[in-house]
Design a protein around this ligand. Structure first.
Ligand SMILES: CC(C)C[C@H](NC(=O)CN)C(=O)O
Length: 597
């Protein structure tokens, strides 16, 4: 599969910007879609077009701001799909040719819908975009109604944001197609977003639509559940599925999620994901060296108040443990903000113990240059790789050279070992924990040379979870460790460590019949066997679904290995989108063949 994307100078007025969905591997069938001109017209300004590309991620928006030249791939943000099924009824004649031919002849319509969805900046990590996210959920519900679904939109409450106020969470959309008790019921859950994961969501909706348009009976009952907060931890969804356990979810047999990507050019089926523990390490205030003792909030108040340079704030962070039955652990945190101002590094530098220096010092102690996690207890908890797992990894064809090329690096973390194999690289990608440092809030990060001492900085990092790591334990390990590292610095500043997401890993049994159905559908549509893979990223709700329903989950990706999720050039090829739609159509039929145990 080859990429065919049109270049666009992001951040600069684009005269004829285009986003292409290509029919990879088939040069004759390649067709570009002109997304940006339509959007430019709609929005009137080229720079707004650029921010549409940015809808997919914070990262991408930042790149836009930096006016980097980048490829404007097919960018979409993610929702995901989950399917369940119920009973099986006898003989069903699967009209494969007719259904897939319909997809071929209607691919322009499907691409057009995707263009319209991409144009909505439904980014859950950006609270200023919340109206777009609400609109996206409305559009999704409308689309499902149009194709005859029994659709409901459920309010799942509010989310507390950084400034302490609450904003409403996007509604969860549920839809049902078919209530025949003699048939399987398939429930598709769509998480949130765009290419990661709007195309897979639409492919699922279109799969149902094609059956409807052709008046071909759905081989299974289908239930869809769509949420808009997946990429920031699926806020509110855990309570929702607990509540729906005995109603919407009660007759569901299987769950399908399509919020992941292939490993290579070969189609894939995913049977495990890593979890994620996401931390904020706040170094709270600069204290003048002359007031060098660590003061309690009350002391600080009496010292500084009523000088109005000090405020005492109480907040409840969204502290979550996901993937277990008590979803939320809330804790009160006293957050003291010291002198509000940043300081001039010439005037004050040398007299203050700088929060940024403290923060960098402790972040540096999380992981070694060789990739070894330094937090005591974490590596010890990891379940050893079994021979079976090792064998499965060995069977996967994975070319390290192509991988390095795709991400643009010359050396990988473990490739300096004498016997670096693809097995080691895949194990470190899917099966071992890792630490990533994501950002520092409050740091000077613009271009130029501002000589500032930031008064308050928040380091953001996460640790990917694998069996047998346990988020509450990891939280304690990380917090204790960072506080001990910080204590050694004898800094008068104050450190707060808060875990804001605690999502468990998910692992399924790939020998389950559901996986055979997936393989059969892939063989039929793509003419080859899929890779059986795991995913290094996290679907926070996955393990929770498995725990709450007790049903099997399969992840059936249609995204390409080089789609660049969360990156500057996120895209999906037309090939993956259209053939993926055929895959879902076919998979519904394969699932209907599974005998009820
Ligand atoms: C827990 C994370 C915020 C979840 C996020 N999920 C995805 O990107 C799935 N599309 C992740 O970083 O893995």
């Amino acid at each position: 599969m080859e990429e065919n994307i049109t270049e666009c100078l992001v951040g600069q007025p684009c005269k004829a910007p285009r986003v292409s969905l290509d029919t990879s591997g088939d040069p004759e069938a390649r067709q570009n879609i002109d997304v940006l001109p339509a959007l430019t017209q709609k929005l009137g300004k080229a720079h707004q077009v650029v921010s549409i590309l940015g809808l997919l991620s914070e990262h991408q928006r930042k790149t836009n701001e930096m006016r980097k030249r980048t490829k404007a791939g097919d960018q979409m943000k993610g929702t995901r799909s989950v399917c369940f099924l119920l009973l099986f009824t006898g003989v069903f004649s699967f009209r494969f040719q007719e259904l897939t031919q319909y997809v071929n002849t209607h691919q322009e319509d499907f691409v057009q819908t995707l263009k319209e969805w991409i144009a909505v900046e439904s980014d859950s990590s950006d609270v200023t975009k919340r109206p777009d996210l609400h609109r996206m959920m409305e559009m999704t519900a409308e689309k499902l109604k149009l194709i005859g679904g029994k659709v409901e939109m459920s309010d799942i409450g509010t989310q507390m944001i950084a400034n302490g106020s609450s904003i409403s969470l996007p509604k969860v959309v549920t839809a049902q197609f078919g209530e025949d008790p003699t048939k399987h019921t398939v429930w598709n859950l769509y998480g949130r977003g765009a290419s990661d994961n709007k195309a897979p969501v639409l492919a699922w909706i279109h799969a149902v639509q094609v059956y409807k348009e052709l008046n071909i009976e759905l081989p299974v009952n289908v239930k869809l559940l769509l949420e808009g907060m997946e990429e920031t931890g699926s806020d509110g969804l855990y309570e929702f599925i607990e509540k729906q356990k005995d109603s919407f979810l009660v007759d569901v047999d299987y769950i399908i999620i399509s919020d992941c990507v292939w490993l290579s050019k070969r189609p894939a089926i995913t049977y495990g994901t890593r979890g994620n523990c996401y931390f904020f390490a706040e170094d709270l205030h600069v204290q003048m060296a002359m007031k060098s003792s660590v003061l309690s909030p009350a002391e600080l108040l009496t010292q500084f108040h009523p000088n109005s340079s000090l405020t005492l704030k109480l907040s409840i962070p969204a502290h979550k443990i996901l993937g277990q039955s008590s979803w939320w652990i809330e804790r009160e945190v006293q957050e003291v903000e010291g002198p509000k101002k940043d300081l001039h590094s010439g005037v004050y530098g040398g007299t203050v113990i700088e929060p940024m220096t403290d923060l960098i010092g402790i972040l540096d102690k999380l992981i070694s240059a060789e990739g070894q996690i330094l937090v005591p207890g974490i590596r010890e908890a990891v379940e050893p790789l079994s021979d079976e797992e090792w064998k499965r990894l060995q069977e996967i064809q994975f070319d390290l050279h192509t991988y390095k090329q795709e991400i643009g690096v010359t050396r990988l973390m473990y490739s300096n070992k004498a016997r670096a194999t693809h097995v080691e690289v895949l194990a470190h990608r899917w099966r071992y924990p890792t630490v990533s440092i994501h950002g520092i809030e409050g740091a000077f990060s613009s271009s130029g040379t501002k000589t500032v001492i930031p008064a308050k900085v928040i380091g953001k990092f996460s640790i990917r979870q694998v069996p047998n790591m346990d988020p509450p334990t990891v939280e304690k390990q990380v917090s204790d460790y960072l506080h001990s590292v910080f204590a050694k610095r004898k800094s008068p500043n104050k450190l707060n460590v808060t875990m804001v997401i605690g999502a468990k890993p998910w692992l399924a049994d790939p020998k389950h019949m559901l996986y055979e159905a997936g393989k059969a559908a892939i063989r039929k549509v793509f003419g080859e066997d899929p890779d059986l893979i795991r995913e290094g990223g996290t679907i926070p709700i996955a393990q929770a679904f498995q725990d709450v329903t007790g049903k099997s989950i399969i992840m059936l990706p249609i995204g390409g290995f080089d789609d660049g999720l969360h990156s500057q050039n996120e895209k999906i090829s037309r090939y993956n989108y259209i053939e993926g739609t055929k895959l879902f159509i076919t998979f519904l039929n394969e699932v209907s063949q599974i005998k009820k145990s």
